[in-house]
Design a protein around this ligand. Sequence first.
Ligand code: ADP
Ligand code: MG
Length: 676
Amino acid sequence: MTEYTPIHELKGIGEKTEKLFWKLGIRTVGDLIRYYPRAYDIYEEAVPISEAEEGRVQTVTGAIYGKVQVSGNRAMQVTSLYVKDLTGTLKVIWFRMPFLRTTLSRGGVITLRGMIVRRRDVLVMEHPEIFYPSGKYEEKRGTMQPVYPLTAGLSNNTVMKAVKQALESLPLEREPLPEQIRLKYHLAEYNYALRGIHFPEDKEVFCHARKRLVFDEFAAFIYSLRKLKEESGRSENRFRISPSGEVERFIKELPYELTEAQKRVWREIEADLKKNLSMSRLVQGDVGSGKTVIALLALLTVAYSGYQGALMAPTEVLAKQHYESITKLLEEHRIPFQTALLTGSMTAKEKREAYRWIQGGEAQIIIGTHALIQEKVAYQNLALVVTDEQHRFGVRQREIFAEKGEMPHVLVMSATPIPRTLAIILYGDLDISVIDELPSNRLPIKNCVVDTGYRPTAYRFIKNQIEEGRQCYIICPMVEESEHLEVENVTDYSAMLQEELGNKIVVGCLHGKMKQEQKDRIMEDFGEGKIDVLVSTTVIEVGINVPNATVMMVENAERFGLAQLHQLRGRVGRGKYQSYCIFMTGSKAKDTKERLDILNKSNDGFKIASEDLKQRGPGDLFGIRQSGLMNFRLGDVFQDAAVLQMASEAVSVLSKKECEWLKKLENHTGNSSVIL
Ligand code: ADP
Ligand code: MG
């Protein structure tokens, strides 16, 4: 068996299962062993029932008490029983598992591990894992079980078994790093790390393994970045772009005055467009600092000089939003340019039409997603590419444009403020501009951290805001098990909320598994105020701009990285109204509250993430992504800032051969999110 062996050669993977793996981007054994767990289940000591705590996954051991009941309807059968220990009794329920009645009716002592929730004011353990008889728990106690990202129909157990088999059957990989580098940076051996990331014996092994793999991931990335820079360098500016009086007029006509920071950054960009070498500039500005209008000024300047400009967004929803708001602005300000939209979900016919417009030069401002860099698009005279929220893209896009023979100016917009030292490593040769000021009409957002007991009050508050004409977002509880459940969860939550708020209020719902058209329609309706409350998963996170929205409520806030919560918070407070953020937590633990309180004290995304780290230490961060920056597979730019520095240093002394080897290991998998 080699890394290139198709996964159906593994025992237990038939044709049907193989297709499910394909959905996850896993085709070969090599892909599989680099499909890392998303989180780990730690099988902790059982707690006395009286100490069961809402909002946590816990283990209890007790005697089955009374009868096992099955109730509910056909679609949703609920099996319930009570367990009892010396300290108390706990109700336990399972969904859609009526067959449990037969097994469990024998009674006796059982160990259960599951989420504790509050239902009609009593604590209930929901859908726990069963260890029956209870001695079975002993084997697992203290271990860390990998939790893989899944797709409907594929169980965690199936993935786990396949990974185990693959790791056992594959020959060991050659260690790509020289000994002295490993010693210097305290890095684990490669094969040890690979096994350790899937099946760590304990937290220490996990941390050690993870650090090594993060190092490799960063090193491969930095190496590719440097290579790209060496090969392409900065190209000559082939375009003749001059400042336009029309753009000045547009700025004067805006309903607001640009902030000093916006003006400064705009001057820097304008100057770049005239230099001998192409622009490569990163604009950093916190959420709501007004980056879009700056991008538009650049696009307009280019268009007035007779060239095309493109704006690339990370999601369809966002591309569509930019397209609509920009098209509207151009009309309002009587600007004679045409816009074109190009996204993956458009029909073949619509795409052909867009290609024609772009190729024929009819459209001067082109807005879209990744589709903008697909092979079929030929530009007429592309002088500028703006990428919004670059961290979702990677660097490859510049290379693609270069391959197409275009060497446009590049402007990158990012909402994640990172310290200069890190930015230099991550963005290589980009110049950096910072919009370090928010428009002055903004009122500071009021935050609160509350527990679930406060929910009725929160709903009343939301209702009041809506009655005043405002709109709200609710980010739904996260579901760990599967995407499938996540959808169900958002839908159920919306239905419950609709009932709670009454029919006068329109509740909409949005999740990642919806068809694109459906998502677009919902976002459009929300933008136009036809939906009052939008219940959503985190798909809403990036860039959405609805200034009339004033409440952001996040359920299970304790399960998010603080930097991510900060991004979510940035969806409100974008207009002239007072805005509010409600972080709802299922956990009463004191440290949770302390951690979330950091958000109250700071508005600086980077500071928030580093504080978070300081309080919790890296070992506690399983499954929590801090930054989402650049979408590394394992590494997190904030959390692993130190490793990023190490990798940057190391790449300078490693040989080309060693770097290529690292890169080969990293890029092996089709699942890699670092596009290089
Ligand atoms: P972000 O930097 O997060 O992308 P946007 O560009 O979406 O922020 O801007 C957020 C909102 O602020 C938009 O509604 C925009 O029209 C508005 N805006 C931008 N600049 C200013 C300004 N100088 N004064 C007032 N409002 C502004
Ligand atoms: Mg934006």
